[in-house]
Design a binder for this molecule. Sequence first.
Ligand code: ATP
Ligand code: MG
Ligand code: MG
Length: 550
Amino acid sequence: NETVSKNFIENIIDKDLADGIYDTVHTRFPPEPNGYLHIGHAKSILLNYGLAKEYNGKFNMRFDDTNPTKEKSEFVESIKADIKWLGADWEDRLFFASDYFGQMYEAAIKLIKKGKAYVCDLTADEIRQYRGTLTEPGKESPYRNRSVEENLQLFEEMKEGKYADGEKVLRAKIDMASPNMNMRDPVIYRVAHMTHHRTGDTWCIYPMYDFAHPIEDAIEGITHSICTLEFEDHRPLYDWVVRELEYPQPPKQIEFAKLYLTNVVTGKRYIKKLVEDGIVDGWDDPRLVSIAALRRRGFTPESIKMFVDLCGVSKANSSVDYAMLEYCIREDLKLKRPRMMAVMDPVKLVIDNYPEGQVEYLDAPNNMENEALGTRKIPFSGELYIERDDFMIDPPRKYKRLFPGTEVRLMNAYFVTCTGFEADDDGTVHVVHCTYDPATKGGNAPDGRKVKGTIHWVEATNAKKATVRLYENIVDEEKGVYNKEDGSLNVNPNSLTTVTAYVEPALMEAKGYDSYQFVRNGFYCADIHDSKEGAPVFNRIVSLKSSFRL
Ligand code: ATP
Ligand code: MG
Ligand code: MG
């Protein structure tokens, strides 16, 4: 029921529309192009895009590229690709905050003319000292009362490149005694002789985030400017900027809690270290949670949307278990993907009464819960591979699979009865022997007898070898993500295991990003970088087993 499940942001929007504060909803996603997007950003993207859709409004994609130190064009492209993949469509509304540098400069001049901004010669350290503390009011800068004319001239000179970095700044003239530190005459423009990735050397003064962001929102006609909780204290400054600049329909900032996932690494510094130390093979290593990594691992946009929806939107910080993300991808792929047979740790199964040298082709449903996926033919003969742990010489009481004297079902094929095995002195089994019942073709006995277990298999002569990567969390869950002593990462030495599996021949056609269920095991996706034509490499997205319950 829609009305029950509305989040606090929707409630704010409903009220704004009802009160006539806005007559439309216009949101934006404003990343800084200084890194790859991660699962937390996905929440913000889908939230902003989702609200625009829900209210028949608009959604802007805006690169917040006002700080030339950290920004690179390389990230612009990866960010666009990630957002497209998530399905957030900005249509023709792609913007760069750097395109507004002229308007921001004009806005600064407007403040100076109103007596609301001044050029200050204090150093960064002095500004900090003058700012005071939470318990003590700040001290006014000796430059605070410069005349409008002098400020206009000095600001012009800043722009002309007359001053070195840090020599002068432009500050908003607000209140040095404000209980909110952000309101104690914040710096709004600084000198920085740096080349910007888009505007080159046109500018040597750059606006600060708290000044630039509300202007960007106002220029674009954003109504609800959604950001994360750490900006709550900045909201009075946001409101001050849009009020003093007299925008006719000022945007409104709304904060929500960041998404945190347990047992994953999102910090750029740590990921960089993992890459440099060769523990992961890049920003999109399937064990990471950048959007590119999740895509490479085999997550779908639908699964991420489901995850974000389940997390909800709130004002309280909390962490979500990675298992919930796994739950979402299982749910999404369950009916969509074919269920194939792959044997990870093979042992030979020989059917002694099967006609020697014969191969037959059996019909198998691609997904027994979704007929629409059709059927396929799978080869079958007297020599198969089964999983090593589907056979035991001397099993515990509840074991339902193969052991001497028992009958099990070979999935999509026949009933077989174990008649013996060949093993080394140390107990390592090489061959399991059995007989089959030709009357049980398709997996049911005409006499109605039942078997306790069903196991999967692949036909030995047609089986193909495929590289399969099994993943665990990159960090050691037992020890916690970070080492308490030195803050280093507790890396899980077993986060990647590579095995060679025997798979059905049909799986060799897999192309990068194709995904499948490997029956009784998990969901797998062909790696986009390492798969070759006819030789896919499969990444385990998630195993079928889960401890997570909704
Ligand atoms: P990071 O430091 O992880 O890159 P950021 O805040 O610097 O995060 P930006 O590029 O500034 O990243 O963020 C773009 C948008 O994504 C912002 O509106 C920000 O609030 C939002 N965002 C960033 N991290 C999260 C998160 N963990 N959960 C929800 N939203 C997030
Ligand atoms: Mg960022
Ligand atoms: Mg940021």
